[in-house]
Design a binder for this molecule. Structure first.
Ligand code: NAP
Length: 279
């Protein structure tokens, strides 16, 4: 009953490795990281390690916390103009002296592996193919498709409306003919809405959902990442209120993604899949 991201991501990475081995020009993923945020450093290290494990070239540009916007734009332009670099990712969040929007707008859309630039987001919004699909939403769809979860005609409720997860997820699900509702912190009747969902995708970072709030045998995709009081990684589903162990949770849902081991590994696999696109 699990949506096992660990297992599915391994299959995808094997496929990516196979494809890269047959490519004359190898993909080259460049990641820029500014500052010392420990979580960001771990994410970047994982991306580099995974890229190398599938034969994708990877470069990490590390800049200090006090980097100016101008310096970052210069570094970004070097990568934009480097013909060997095929994919660029700027690790968020950026330090406060840097305007995130200026940086996103400066990424070459043909190398925008995260689908952040206005051109790629606009393409997605009007139903044109972006140069790259949004990474986490694409990973979620790959996970649902692997387990043959039906999407067309289903009511999908997304909790969270970020530019990284919620909004692009809504656009991709609409394209797959789901009926989509997007909820956020100002949504008045969250419990009522999620009770009507066939598929719930929760991307909040707080334990906003309890098992018994949702329809029995619905599909729950847990994107959220936070730490519980013991420092353990956990998702948005507060399952401990209703059940003693996770086996009962997997019985309750048609499918449920665990944290860790669900959306996280799928996001990395999806990034590697995107890196195969050389535009
Ligand atoms: P975000 O920018 O952190 O925003 C959170 C969203 O949740 C906002 O839209 C916010 O509403 C909404 N929200 C907050 N409290 C709420 C509540 N009580 N009820 C309903 N909605 C509420 O979003 P994000 O960047 O998408 O990240 C969300 C979570 O997913 C984080 O834990 C992040 O670490 C995780 N994440 C995981 C992956 C992965 O690969 N596993 C990838 C990306 C993100 P407002 O808009 O009204 O403020």
């Amino acid at each position: 009953m699990l949506l096992d991201g660990k297992k599915v991501s391994k299959i995808i990475l094997e496929e990516v490795k196979e494809k890269v081995s047959k490519m004359d020009k190898k993909p080259h993923l460049a990641v820029i990281i500014v500052g010392d945020d420990p979580a960001s450093k771990i994410y970047v290290r994982n991306k580099k390690r995974t890229a190398e494990s599938v034969g994708i070239k990877s470069t990490v540009v590390e800049l200090p916390e006090d980097t100016t916007e101008e310096t970052l734009l210069n570094e970004l332009n070097k990568l934009n103009n480097d013909d060997d670099v095929t994919a660029i990712l700027v690790q968020m969040p950026l330090p406060k002296q840097i305007n995130q929007e200026h940086i996103i707008c400066a990424i070459n859309p043909k190398k925008d592996v995260d689908c952040f630039t206005p051109e790629n987001v606009g393409r997605l919004a009007i139903g044109l193919k972006p140069y790259f699909n949004p990474v986490t939403p694409q990973g979620i769809l790959l996970l649902l498709d692997h387990y043959d979860v039906p999407i067309e005609g289903k009511h999908a409720v997304i909790i969270g409306r970020s530019n990284i997860v919620g909004k692009p997820m809504a656009r991709m699900l609409l394209k797959r003919n789901a009926t989509v509702t997007v909820c956020h912190s100002k949504t008045k009747n969250l419990a009522e809405i999620i009770k009507t969902a066939d598929i719930i995708i929760s991307a909040v970072g707080k334990k906003v959902v309890r098992c018994k709030m949702v329809k029995y045998k619905s599909v729950f995709v847990d994107v959220g990442i936070s730490r519980d009081t013991n420092g353990k990684l956990t998702g948005d589903l507060n399952w401990e209120v209703d059940f003693d162990n996770f086996d009962d949770v997997t019985e309750y849902f048609e499918r449920v993604s665990p944290v860790p081991g669900g959306v996280g590994p799928m996001t990395i696999a999806s990034l590697m899949l995107n890196s195969l696109n050389i535009n």
